[in-house]
Design a binder for this molecule. Structure first.
Ligand code: SF4
Ligand code: SF4
Ligand code: SF4
Length: 275
């Protein structure tokens, strides 16, 4: 029974993604959704399974499986703009297709269940940033998180301007925006990581998607919790956390709680298995 309980999280993820996959397949009459969400769900569940089996590179495996699929296959080959501009574009066009569905599942409603699991296991920007040398931040968090709201507003204004200007060939513009947007994200993300000695600096201060992710993940069903009876307050979990989360506080108001990407570095490094 305890063996089964151990593997419950990956089973829940598979069930969740399969529900979405089948529901979209049937309602949209498009087998792409079945294959797409089944693949993503299976990749994430595989990563969780590997983590439970204590495979060191479990999370990196999922990041590459999902991140490359979304960036190369959906973004470059299928020419779907899965960035935030693509979300606005399809939303304002009244199209409930790839980018809008992706946002609804991964970044708006999904975080109610799996928090910022997207950021830990699937984002193709972080997939690259996590290869950089500063896995744990060298210094304290900066108070410049407000930049994300400017980036969020800029993405919105950009798409509204295209609609107001009645730009022709919007699909081509959105594809170019996807390519250029990614080049900018990678450029800024890598530069910032080296300047601040923090791989996840882009996630903490710039990424506009966090405007959706943070409030929704506040209510997340999946959370890392601390067993106070085992914890010896050694502080190691805090030191290894890439997102500066105070995971020893079990309340929803824990410091930087909505920054947790469920990477489980804290749990892996806790000397008392308290997490
Ligand atoms: S914060 Fe943004 S860039 Fe970072 S992992 Fe999440 S979605 Fe990706
Ligand atoms: S690493 Fe473990 S024992 Fe140390 S403070 Fe964190 S939860 Fe407590
Ligand atoms: S180390 Fe723990 S608290 Fe920090 S982001 Fe990863 S899972 Fe969340």
């Amino acid at each position: 029974m305890s063996q089964f309980r151990k593997y419950l999280p990956p089973l829940i993820i598979i069930a969740l993604f399969e529900t979405v996959a089948v529901a979209l397949w049937l309602t949209k009459d498009n087998v792409f959704y079945l294959l797409n969400f089944s693949y993503i769900g299976a990749s994430i569940a595989l990563g969780m399974f590997l983590f439970i089996r204590k495979y060191r590179y479990a999370r990196r495996t999922v990041q590459l499986l999902v991140g490359l699929y979304m960036l190369v296959y959906l973004g470059i080959i299928c020419r779907e703009n899965m960035q935030i501009e693509g979300f606005w574009y399809y939303l304002f066009s009244g199209v409930f297709e790839a980018a809008t569905i992706h946002y609804a599942v991964a970044k708006i409603f999904g975080p109610l269940v799996f928090g910022r699991g997207w950021c830990g296991y699937a984002c193709w920007t972080a997939m690259v940033l996590d290869f950089l040398p500063y896995r744990t931040p060298a210094g304290p968090r900066k108070k410049i998180g407000w930049i994300r709201y400017i980036a969020f507003a800029a993405s919105l204004v950009f798409v509204i301007a295209l609609f107001l200007a009645k730009a022709e060939n919007m699909e081509r513009i959105m594809f170019l925006a996807f390519i250029i947007g990614n080049i900018i994200y990678y450029g800024v993300g890598i530069a910032l990581a080296f300047v601040l000695k923090d791989n996840r600096a882009f996630c903490k201060y710039i990424c506009p998607v966090t405007v959706f992710l943070k409030p929704m993940s506040y209510f997340s069903l999946f959370r890392v919790k601390c067993d106070k009876n085992k914890c010896i307050s050694c502080g190691k979990c805090r030191r290894v956390c890439p997102m500066d989360v105070d995971v020893t506080d079990n309340s929803r108001k824990r410091e930087n709680g909505t920054e947790c990407i469920l990477c489980m570095e804290c749990a892996r490094n806790c000397p008392r298995n308290a997490l």
